[in-house]
Design a binder for this molecule. Structure first.
Ligand code: HEC
Ligand code: HEC
Ligand code: HEC
Length: 436
């Protein structure tokens, strides 16, 4: 009897190992790999997992957190330094639960609270891509630059339990555009990681549209990632569905042009998404209620234009604008569509928080390169040419001209933004100005 069992067990083990071996040699499902590649674009994995000048996905990009610097991991299929030894389950644990293969918790600099919304079927495709469609690279992972005891990872598991949402199941397929758009915006797109304000624990104040905090505007790297809700003045209230889709595809439209972190999002991620998915995201964003109801959109007012043309406004702000900005943005404030963005009725100009407005004047900006719009128009940096007081005057002038209606900016507001400019940006700024 015992012998019998033994033989049966042996047979079972042999069948299992044969199955495992054949699974290893099974032809790779290229269609699944392709779909994974698309999803990796939608998730913008490359942006954080590639260091300046490094191999794609080999990690090592420094990311500032309130307690020190964290480096992104090597997620190429290298067996020793990457995730080559990860099973699909290990990969899922890291991607959606924030847990590394060795059991340690990840820093939420990895946006796993957003990726928790990715369906298992899509995780499978992503895994197939990272194992079979990405070149292995042996770049070792870097430790964190955080001093002990803050460098201990166990408190991260508490953070995870308090703030990370449950992961989703596959569920029934609902391909209506708003459902698809919500899925992409909340999940892989991790738009909220930048566009939702953060709370005391650095957690996003909402991960889904059960609160008007969701996508109501956040600050990243000193830029304001604008309110993406229906607010008419500082949100997307006056943008059409088409305007949003075009912006995500080309990085520019008649309202604005992408700069700062958003230029990278467009360049690495959204420009590669299908028109169908972009329209779905736009439809979903247009369904978000404004933070504040009943605020009328701003209307263009020609008075400023006339005063600048007649020379009847000699205030320092008006003169500063004419001397430094009007060549591109024009005395009408309307710029040239898709070349020099309009300053009239711009959400960036009218936002309560002037961070982006001040920073782009000090540091300049460059539109992203996209297949659909390959010309990268740039704005020079004025940081080394204009004093805090001069920037404050110009920016205040812009915020109250052409029908714009936003509060004054002081020299000390500008000084704060200037102080936080990375040295590199300040140097680049000097170089840009010096060349002219
Ligand atoms: C906003 C930046 C950011 C984005 C976007 C991002 N990651 Fe990460 N990821 C990180 C950081 C930072 C870490 C390391 C965190 C740590 O060490 O605690 C990490 C860690 C990981 C790990 C764990 C590796 C290990 O050592 O176990 C995996 C797997 C991973 N990311 C996969 C992905 C995939 C797949 C995507 C795209 C769908 C992605 N990441 C997008 C920042 C990012
Ligand atoms: C890495 C941070 C980051 C991520 C992730 C991000 N954004 Fe942005 N976004 C920004 C910043 C910063 C700005 C402000 C600069 C600008 O207008 O280009 C911005 C601006 C925008 C604007 C222009 C708003 C206006 O009024 O001018 C739109 C639309 C937008 N983002 C949509 C999205 C969508 C949709 C996603 C997710 C697919 C997303 N963003 C993900 C940082 C980010
Ligand atoms: C040489 C032409 C040029 C000059 C001069 C110039 N800009 Fe710009 N400006 C641009 C371009 C191009 C962009 C788009 C940059 C991007 O998307 O990265 C831009 C973007 C902006 C934006 C962001 C608008 C939005 O919503 O996307 C603001 C605000 C702005 N400029 C203000 C100013 C101010 C204030 C001055 C003068 C101190 C100035 N600019 C001078 C070309 C210029």
């Amino acid at each position: 009897m015992i012998k019998h069992y033994f033989i049966a067990a042996c047979a079972a083990v042999m069948t299992l190992s044969a199955a495992a071996a054949s699974a290893q040699n099974a032809p790779v499902d290229q269609q699944l790999v392709k779909r994974g590649e698309y999803l990796a674009k939608a998730g913008d994995c490359v942006a954080c997992h590639t260091a300046k000048g490094g191999k794609p996905f080999a990690g090592g990009l420094p990311m500032a957190t309130p307690i020190g610097t964290v480096y992104s991991s090597n997620i190429t299929p290298d067996k020793d330094h990457g995730i080559g030894s990860y099973t699909e389950d290990d990969f899922d644990k890291a991607l959606r639960h924030g847990i590394r293969k060795d059991g340690a918790s990840l820093y939420p600099a990895m946006p796993y609270p957003s990726y928790a919304k990715v369906k298992p079927a899509d995780v499978k495709a992503l895994y197939a891509y990272f194992m079979n469609g990405v070149q292995a690279d042996p770049t070792p992972n870097r430790g964190v630059d955080i001093v002990w005891p803050l460098s201990m990872r166990w408190p991260l598991s508490i953070w995870r339990k308090v703030f990370a949402p449950n992961v989703v199941a596959d569920g029934a397929d609902d391909n209506s555009p708003i459902v698809r758009g919500k899925y992409l915006v909340e999940g892989l797109g991790h738009c909220g990681a930048c566009h939702t304000p953060r709370g005391i624990g650095m957690q996003e104040k909402a991960l889904t549209d059960d609160s008007t905090q969701f996508l109501s505007g956040g600050v990243v790297e000193g830029y304001l990632a604008n309110n993406l809700r229906g607010d008419a003045r500082d949100g997307l209230g006056s943008w059409s569905e088409q305007d949003i889709a075009v912006f995500l595809k080309t990085g520019r439209n008649s309202h604005s042009a992408a700069f700062g972190g958003m230029a990278d999002v467009v360049a690495n991620s959204t420009q590669y998404m299908t028109d169908e998915d972009l329209t779905a995201m736009a439809k979903y964003l247009k369904s978000l209620k404004p933070v504040k109801d009943g605020v009328a959109p701003l209307a263009y007012d020609d008075k400023t234009h006339q005063a600048l043309r007649k020379g009847s406004d000699q205030s320092p702000g008006a003169m500063g604008f004419l001397n430094n900005c009007a060549a591109c943005h024009r005395s009408s404030g309307k710029g040239w569509t898709e070349t020099f963005p309009t300053l009239a009725q711009s959400a960036t100009v009218n936002a309560g928080n002037p961070a982006s407005l001040i920073k782009i004047v000090l540091a300049g900006g460059e539109m992203p390169w996209t297949h659909k719009a390959p010309t990268q128009f740039a704005m020079p940096a004025f940081g080394s040419r204009l004093s805090d007081q001069e920037v404050a005057e110009i920016v205040t002038f812009i915020r109250s001209s052409w029908g714009n209606n936003a509060g004054a900016v002081s020299a000390s507001d500008v000084a704060k933004v200037r102080k936080d400019l990375p040295k590199q940006t300040a140097d680049a700024a000097n170089a840009t100005v010096a060349k002219q």
